[in-house]
Design a protein around this ligand. Sequence first.
Ligand code: ZN
Length: 326
Amino acid sequence: MATQQKSISGLHHVTAITADAQKNIDFYCGVLGLRLVKLTVNFDDPGSYHLYYGDELGHPGTILTFFAWPGAYRGRIGPPQVTVTAFAVPSGALDYWSKRLKEQGVAAQPAIARFGEPALSFADPDGMQLEIVASPDPKGQPWAAGPIPAAQAIRGFHGITISEEGYEHTAKLLTDVMGFKAVSNEQNRFRYRAGTGDGFASIVDLVCIPDAPHGSMGAGAVHHVAFRAKDDAEQIAWHKDIASRGFNISPVMDRVYFHSIYYREPGGVLFEIATDNPGFTADEPAEKFGTKLMLPPWLESNRTLIERAVPPVRLPAQHTSAASRG
Ligand code: ZN
């Protein structure tokens, strides 16, 4: 290869589907203590919400987003999909979480150790599969006004699990193109770590389950996973590189808070590369995050119509209607 291999530095965000925006907000902000970083609409479907959760400042690697499709059927979790999304908490915080989830009526499986790291597994109200993993020194800045003490708070992602019928071609994309390093394997689980990452939001586990029923898109299912590019120049380089390897890849899309390119990995999961810039302060200061419905400039003239189309929601920061009617 003439070009020197670049490396993805970690996850940028994970996007999933919810059937109920209010239950989603109550769970992620109220139970898990993530900050609602942005309330906006799906730019490709402006009659529905797009919810963004993250840490205090919405750092890449902490962002979990949902398309809210009211009354959507449950998806089926199965290959080829991101089947588990794992959050990182400081070492020693799992007992706290085990107790908290129980108090909040969330059924969690007892802690298991995977590659030596203890983890709790549970599901959100739509059935999305989540884990909380104890990690040494996780990054991310907990939501200061949130319900979880800083010492125990979620710091962002630990990583994701992708389930596939077979894993070799996906593994090759991760290691030979995206610069991930193979770490280890436990039975049918193969672990990869983002090459230049500092260990934060850097884990991709491939689980090979050829016999499992196929997943289907719907509430509780992950729609896609995004990896980080530090800026637009790096993203353009990725675009060229990935296209030259035989993948169809979208042109750069303006998502206001980042710029995105999309491609499907060989197993069928939708991958995105999103830029760190311009970030969630592009349209409001951090202290205002999640306090009102934000629209991109090209939808602002349709605000009244959009506010009528989306259901009103109670927001964690102000406990008022998102749509701020009238
Ligand atoms: Zn995305």
